[in-house]
Every structure is written in structure tokens, then in C-alpha cells.
Design a protein around this ligand. Sequence first.
Ligand code: HEM
Length: 413
Amino acid sequence: MSHPTLPPDLDDLLVAPCMLNDPFPVYDRLRNEAPVAWSQRWNAWVVSRHGDVEASLRDKDNLSNENRQALLFDGLAPAEREELSRLRHYFAQKDVIGSDPPDHTRMRSLVQKAFTPRTVASLQPRIEKLAAELIDAAVAQGEFDFVADVAHPLPVILISELLGAPPADRPLFKRWSADILGFQGSGRTAFASAKVSQQSLTELFTYMNTLIEERRRAPRDDLISVLALAEDEGRTLSRDELLATCNTLLTAGHETTTNLIGNLVRALLIEPDAWQAVLSSPRLIPAAVEESLRLDAPKQRNFRRIKQAHTFADVALPADGMIFQLIGSANRDPAVFPDPDRFLLERPNVRDHLSLGAGIHFCLGAGLARTEASVVLARLMERAPRLRLAGRGFTWQERVQFRGPASLWVSAT
Ligand code: HEM
């Protein structure tokens, strides 16, 4: 048993600019030199090999999702912590993603009702209509930023509709989602972005509270009505749990899907012949979506709180620390995926990627995200078969936790 610490030069790389656009050489070193090790820079245990990341995601006995963000506030001054009391209160609440059994089992069985394969299939016509509107308008411009015009608006419109918001309020959801994640994605807490997050979270909760009351009085055929009225053998979601779950659905369902759609189109355009191969054989669309999920995990890093001291991969992990599971690294582990840095349309085991998690917290929106990406790609290929990267190219968004283009300029002509 050992207590390994990352070599200082490798640890420094975790906070270097290269992590934003090309973290993969760093991941290679982590897997080879220190697969489970303490990072001074991230203030967490870092796990990078596929087998270990999967085992860690599945470990519900030693690891916890409850109050896992609390440690993020540790580095702040007492006055700053005080000012962020509402945000800290929110993170202390349990919701479907931020809970362990038995609460998690109860909440997941309720939220799951809104994400059955049948419900997702029933959303397909709406997704197709939305994709057609956005893509047709974008293609008409000739050259456009695919992220701003399609990949970003589509998931936020869909999730705000699912949450019951009228179209006029969509810009609010867009802003709230960006603000709230701006803090969560930053790794270490900066007071200024945490305050912005707190403000937006408060606004979102006030808004959702009103909406929940409306739906309790007059239910409609939408997800928020399902959740507001959810009853399973008499067990319901408390108001705090429901609000926290709304926030999770908004943030989990938006940026990650935007990243998936942006990464997918980018990969097809830069990998020689990939766009053409899918264009001539649309049955390859699901394989392309899956390979994109593997190659560029939209959420590069997941995390858990260590509930009790235990030994993991021969390393002694003390209680109460954080463990960072590097999904982006696991998906490029050559022990599982040969030639891992290539985008290959025929990978027999592509579904072994960990981009959607594993175990009891496996992504509830997986079917929805895959459908959104497939529908967008099909429409894009139909309307812009000769799509190519335009002169302005692409930039990565500047967040270590997520991977996706901030902009992706393409030409449809
Ligand atoms: C490509 C897009 C997506 C990616 C990469 C993604 C990724 C993930 C991951 C890695 C987890 C596991 C978190 C953990 O173990 O702590 C997760 C859970 C979850 N995701 Fe997603 N997600 C995506 C889309 C969505 C969408 C569209 C929704 C809903 C609208 C959604 C809702 C959820 C929920 C509710 C959970 C928590 C499930 C639980 O705790 O039981 N996700 N997602």
C-alpha cells in the first residue's frame, strides 16, 4: 500500500493552459507514471486509467455524491464563505445526482419516469423540428458558427421547454445555465464567479418555484408537471430536492449536449474521409455519435467525496478528500481502445467509453443526448452535404472540466 503524490512537474501541468486544448499528453503521463495519486494543485486524488475510473464510478460504498461540492469552498476567506451561504446551502441539498442510496434510489426512480425510452422517442419529432429550424437558418447564411447557431441553442431550448418555460424566457435559462456552470466548471472556487452563480441559482429557483405551483394547480404534459406531481408509493420529492433536480437537469442537460454536438461535427470534419463515410452511409450516425463521446468526453472529469478510508488500486485513500475521475483519460486508455487518439467509425467496443458515467448514477439523459446529436447530424448532412471548416476555424472553451468547441466556423457552400 502506498500514498503516492504526483511528481511536481506533472502536477503543475494539471493547471497549465495545455489542459484546456490538449490534455491528452498529460493524461498519458498520468496513466503511465501515477495512475492513482494525490494532486496538490487540484487538492484531490486523481484517477486516470480506464479500469480504475470505471471501478471508482461504480463504488457506492466508499465514495459519495452527497455534499461533494462542499470542499470547493474550503479555500475561501470566512467572510466570502458567509456571503456565499445560499450557494453553500444549495450544495448541501440532496438531489438525484447529489445523493447516495437510499435517497438516490427514491429520487432516481421518480426522475427516471421522465426519461423512459418511450418519452424520449416521443420527443423526437420536436427535436427534428427544432434542428430543422436552426440548421436551415444557419445554412442559409453560407458561413456560420455552428456552436452559436445550432449546438448551443438546441439543447437549451429543449431543456427549458421540458422544464415548462415559455419561449420568451429561454434567454434566462441560457444565462442561468452558463453562470451556474461557470462556477462549477472552474475546479477551484473563485469568489467572483461563485457569487454570479449564487445570484443565477436564486433567480432560477424563484422562477421554478412559481412554475411548480402553477403545475400543481394545472398539470400539463411536460417534465416539470411529472416531477411536481411525482408520487411513487406515496414517496415524493421535497421542494428543495425538486428545485435542486431542476438545476441539475438544466445544467447537466445543456452544456454537455452542446459539447457533444460540437465535438461530433468537428471530429467528422477534421478526420479525413469521416464526413464522407457517414454521408454515404447514414446508418453510421449512431457509431459516429458514440465515437465522438469516447474521443472527446464532453465532461472530462467527474468527482466524488471519499466517504470512508479505504484502499483503492493499492493506494490508501483517507476519508473526506475528493477523488477526480478522469473520464477523458479513461476513454483514451490504449489498454482498452487501440489507437485511442483516432476517430474511428468501426470500434467494436466503443460503448465501453465512460462519458455517460457508470453504475447507479449513469446518465439519465443518455438517450436524449444521443437522439439530439443523431437528429442534428442527419439534418446537417441533408442540408449541407459539402460542409467544411471555414477560415476562422474553431476554439476550445476554456474550462478544464468540460471539452467542447467555444466556436466552430463552418461553410455550407
Ligand atoms: C452528452 C451529453 C451528456 C453527458 C456527457 C452527460 C454525462 C453525465 C455523467 C458523466 C453522469 C454521471 C455523474 C456521476 O456519476 O456523478 C451523468 C448523470 C446524469 N445526467 Fe447526464 N450527461 C449528458 C446529458 C444529459 C442530459 C441531456 C440530461 C437531462 C436532460 C442529463 C441528466 C443527467 C442526470 C439527471 C444525471 C444523474 C443521474 C443519477 O445521479 O442517477 N444528462 N451525466
